[in-house]
Design a binder for this molecule. Structure first.
Ligand code: GLN
Length: 493
């Protein structure tokens, strides 16, 4: 059996006990990537030499009796917007085609210090802007469950790599759903930690007040393990929180008894696909039988989350992306003979259409005369949204809703209509606007007939917790996973 058939924790235990070598695990991951990546396009870069050398180091450390970390020998993949020193990091943009960061992201260093072995960088929407992975300069990622469908975005490559069994753990970033939504579409688990829980140092910024790095895995227990390694204050990120980091793995007691789960019925009633609604209702029933109590709640401002999110994130993106000017990093136009033309040509040649759209929209909403009407108003509604959740968490411990309104849609289905694409984020964006932790776990499949067979399209259940209460969130998600078998299903590729 492939060493990759098990999760990160089992791989680590096997490596530590000497039942398998880190090099063999690494080879298995590289072989699997070589096998499936031609049909998935999940990786922008695979660095086999670096990975095998790191794995050999772990094996030598073990042989020498040195203490091994929590992720010793675990092969991992990183979304291509996370800096790794000396490893090409592109954010799936032409503008960073040749960029090799001079330092590694804190999240990356922490994983490597724990013994994880980076096998490569995963494809994503350009600068993490998108919900389908179709905005990548390197072409779309395909969903391992149905290759004519989107894996979700923007961390689509990371989710597809985990779902296809290339790695048991991948990192993504989530600004408005980019970990949870692709996890839902690919039938795996994805956590957006509380804002500030994980350092953003070395994450190529999209919208700094919303961005968080988080793990994508097949098991909630591996998510807990990864979060224990990733979490904690970092002097390099002033927004990282000096909050205690509990033992997240120890929190997984297997029960949801006594947990009050809030269900925003009015919010989830409209525009939700029947297959998703049925899976969601069934999941609530499972939680109830697992000891949770269901409480109806109201999130009256949640319906404004999309416009608020797309005003705030574009405003911040227009500021963050001003640094790509053809001078400091990456692509520089060869067709310029003065400085202003150098800036504009480099940006025009380097950025794709969605990134340009957002920079223009963001510049507009921040400009004098429009700032008050758009950006300021959005921030005010953001406060109302926060108050909705604060009120809800007075009577519940967790809020549950679907991760997405539909199962994974077809590649090309929404590319001509950005607004339709944005509306698909309705259930994920409010979590980022408020800063809360949210997780998506597999909760069913929508079976869709196609010529010659049936596609099984994954559906995700989203659970949202109080600020810094990942413990309850992971405990309930794990309890749910233990009594269902959705997370154990794998796509046939
Ligand atoms: N789909 C959302 C967007 O396009 C979220 C992206 C993200 O979380 N990075 O902005």
């Amino acid at each position: 059996m492939s060493p990759l058939a098990s999760g990160a924790r089992e791989i680590r235990d096997d490596v530590v006990a000497g039942r398998v070598s880190a090099v063999d695990v690494c080879r298995a991951a590289l072989d699997r990537i070589a096998e499936v990546n031609p049909s998935l396009n999940a990786f922008n870069l695979v660095d086999a030499d670096r990975a095998l050398a790191r794995a050999a180091t772990i094996d030598r450390q073990r042989a020498a009796g040195a203490p091994l970390g929590l992720l010793a020998g675990v092969p991992i993949a990183l979304k291509d917007n996370l800096c790794v020193q000396g490893m090409r990091t592109t954010a799936s943009s032409r503008i960073l085609e040749t960029f090799e960061p001079p330092y590694s992201a804190t999240a990356v260093s922490r994983l490597e210090q724990a013994g994880a072995v980076i096998v490569g960088k995963t494809n994503c929407d350009e600068f993490a802007m998108g919900s389908s992975n179709e905005n990548s300069a390197y072409g779309p990622v395909r969903n391992p469950w149905a290759t004519d469908r989107t894996p979700g975005g923007s961390s689509g490559g990371s989710a597809a790599a985990v779902a296809a069994g290339c790695v048991p753990l991948a990192l993504g970033s989530d600004t408005g759903g980019s970990i949870r939504q692709p996890a839902a579409f690919c039938g795996v688990t994805g956590l957006k930690p509380t804002y500030g829980r994980v350092s953003r140092y070395g994450l190529l910024a999209f919208a700094s007040s919303l961005d968080q790095i988080g793990p994508i895995t097949r098991r909630v227990s591996d998510t807990a393990l990864a979060l224990s390694v990733l979490a904690g204050a970092d002097p390099m990120d002033s927004t990282s929180a000096r909050e205690d980091v509990p033992d997240f793995s120890a929190a997984l007691t297997g029960t949801a008894a006594g947990v009050r789960v809030g269900v925003p019925r009015a919010f989830v009633s409209g525009g939700v696909d029947a297959t998703v609604r049925d899976a969601f209702d069934a999941a609530l029933e499972v939680l109830r039988r697992a000891g949770a109590s269901l409480v109806d709640i109201d999130l009256p401002h949640a319906k404004y989350a999309i416009p608020v999110y797309y005003l705030v994130c574009t405003a911040e993106a227009s500021s963050n992306l001003a640094r790509y000017d053809g001078v400091k990093y990456g692509h520089r136009s060869a067709a310029a003979n003065d400085l202003t033309t150098l800036y504009s040509r480099s940006r025009d040649e380097g950025f794709g259409p969605e990134v340009k759209r957002r920079i223009m929209l963001g510049t507009y909403v921040l400009s004098a005369g429009y700032y008050d009407a758009f950006y300021l108003k959005a921030q005010q509604v953001r406060t109302l949204l926060r108050q909705d959740y604060t009120r809800a968490f007075e009577s519940v411990d967790i809020v549950a809703m679907p991760t997405t309104p539909t199962p994974p849609f077809k590649l090309g289905e929404k590319t001509d209509d950005p607004l339709q694409m944005y509306l698909a984020d309705i259930f994920t964006v409010s979590v980022n606007l408020v800063g809360l932790p949210g997780i998506s776990v597999p909760c069913g499949f929508a079976d869709q007939r196609r010529p010659g067979g049936i596609d099984r399209l994954p559906i995700g259940l989203q659970l949202i917790g109080r600020m810094f209460d990942e413990t309850t969130l992971l405990r309930v998600a794990d309890a749910y996973e233990r009594v269902t078998d959705w997370s154990r299903q794998t796509p046939t590729l």
